[in-house]
Design a protein around this ligand. Structure first.
Ligand code: FE2
Length: 418
């Protein structure tokens, strides 16, 4: 069992390792307001520990420059003003070397502060360090999804890692129209949400009862091959398959395939352009595309409560999909049969709005802004992706994005009424 300071150092080290294949020029790129430069992720995750732990609890703490407080504040109004999110790519100073030196100083200060704290202070610091580790892991995933989007803008199609070799597609392609097996669930009164014990975000609490009608859930996520059938059947041309807002987004943004698909046979990945594996999970879809596909397939998306109940009952039987720990950096086909990919591979869009659970209470103070204030207009995704760390996931985990966003590793698992 690793101690909290050990897990802290591991998490902080991994972020630096993920940035290491990127040049200082790469680390400055910002391709859109949603995506941040690598160097900003390195600095902001450091800002988190400086702001919420060192400034209040370490008498010897000082900012390298007091303006960092604003420069690397993401969205915490309770902390103070923030530098414009859309203009983060303009921050060429502090340089990468300065940011890395600041990271090392903050890491040492956090470990020292925790080490000399008496039991009462440790009880205050431990939850902040734990939250900071979880926050660091979220930004590790964003660092990779954001640099993927940035590198994709370059006609040279540069790889984040070109030393991993080509992705080898699974040997046999599924036949067209192959039905994925599904599991039947009785539903009824079930319990969802986090009870306590191990770490959970505030948005996973409280545990509460929920009523489910009988339903079925697919044993595997939707594959590239199956999604290509949707495209070839005119899925992007048929308004009857789409929600009104989805059809508007599809027309405005001229969607005709998942983000990063190049020609129907290849896609841009963190490992450069690769052949599409028909059996691997489809990813980089908006909620609207996932929803339209489900309607085309005569099914629907699961609610987040169906997903969680299904995962809690059957998750132990599931072969994990690709995770960050595997180092593949792309969803792979994995097992050919059985229950697949509940963890990892691609996040799975659910039909559920991102809303507070009954009697939800955000964390006190500025950290209460972490999750609660985003409960408007987003949809919930479950299960993790190929760039999520295994230690970051649990069945009650609620990820959320606006329904038109496609740059995350986001895919589909189908459900239907039973
Ligand atoms: Fe953050």
């Amino acid at each position: 069992m690793r101690t909290l300071p050990q897990r802290f150092v591991e998490a902080r080290t991994l972020t630096v390792q993920l940035a290491a294949p990127l040049s200082a020029e790469d680390q400055t790129l910002q391709s859109m307001p949603d995506a941040s430069p690598t160097r900003w992720h390195l600095a902001h995750t450091t800002w988190f520990f400086a702001t919420f732990l060192l400034e209040p609890y370490d008498p010897g703490f000082a900012w390298p420059d007091p303006r960092y407080r604003e420069l690397f504040n993401s969205y915490y109004e309770g902390v103070g003003p923030q530098f414009s999110r859309a203009r983060r790519g303009l921050l060429s100073r502090p340089g990468v070397a300065e940011i890395l030196a600041w990271r090392r100083a903050v890491d040492e200060a956090v470990v020292a502060c925790f080490g000399r704290a008496d039991p009462a202070l440790r009880a205050l610091l431990a939850p902040i360090i734990e939250l900071g580790i979880q926050h660091e892991q979220q930004h590790q995933e964003l660092l990779l999804t954001d640099i993927k989007h940035a590198l994709f803008q370059n006609p040279l199609q540069p790889a984040y890692r070109d030393d991993l070799g080509d992705i080898v597609p699974a040997p046999t392609a599924p036949s067209p129209g192959d039905e994925t097996p599904s599991l039947n669930l009785a539903g009824g009164r079930v319990t969802v949400g986090a009870a306590g014990g191990e770490f959970h975000f505030d948005n996973e609490r409280p545990e509460h009862p929920h009523w489910l009608h009988p339903f079925r859930v697919a044993a595997a996520p939707v594959s590239n091959g199956r999604y290509r059938e949707f495209i070839e059947d005119g899925g992007y041309l048929r308004p009857d398959l789409w929600l009104s807002d989805g059809w508007a987004a599809c027309r405005e943004q001229a969607w005709s395939a998942p983000l990063y698909w190049i020609d129907g046979a290849h896609a841009f990945t963190l490992r450069g352009v690769q052949r599409l594996d028909p059996q691997a999970p489809v990813c980089h879809l908006s909620f609207f595309e996932a929803d339209a596909f489900a309607r085309w397939a005569g099914a629907r998306l699961p609610t987040e409560f169906e997903w969680e109940h299904f995962a809690c009952l059957h998750g132990h039987e599931a072969a994990a999909g690709t995770l960050l720990d595997d180092g593949a950096l792309h969803p792979l086909a994995g097992e050919a049969s059985g229950l697949r990919g509940l963890w990892g591979g691609a996040w799975e869009w659910t039909a559920s709005d991102y809303a507070p659970y009954p009697r939800f209470r955000p964390l006190p103070g500025a950290l209460g802004e972490y999750n609660g204030k985003f409960m408007s207009g987003a949809r919930v995704l479950r299960g993790g992706s190929c760039v999520t760390s295994h230690s970051h996931l649990r069945w009650t985990y609620r990820n959320f994005f606006a329904p038109e966003k496609r740059w995350q590793f986001s895919g589909i698992r189908l459900a239907m009424d039973a």
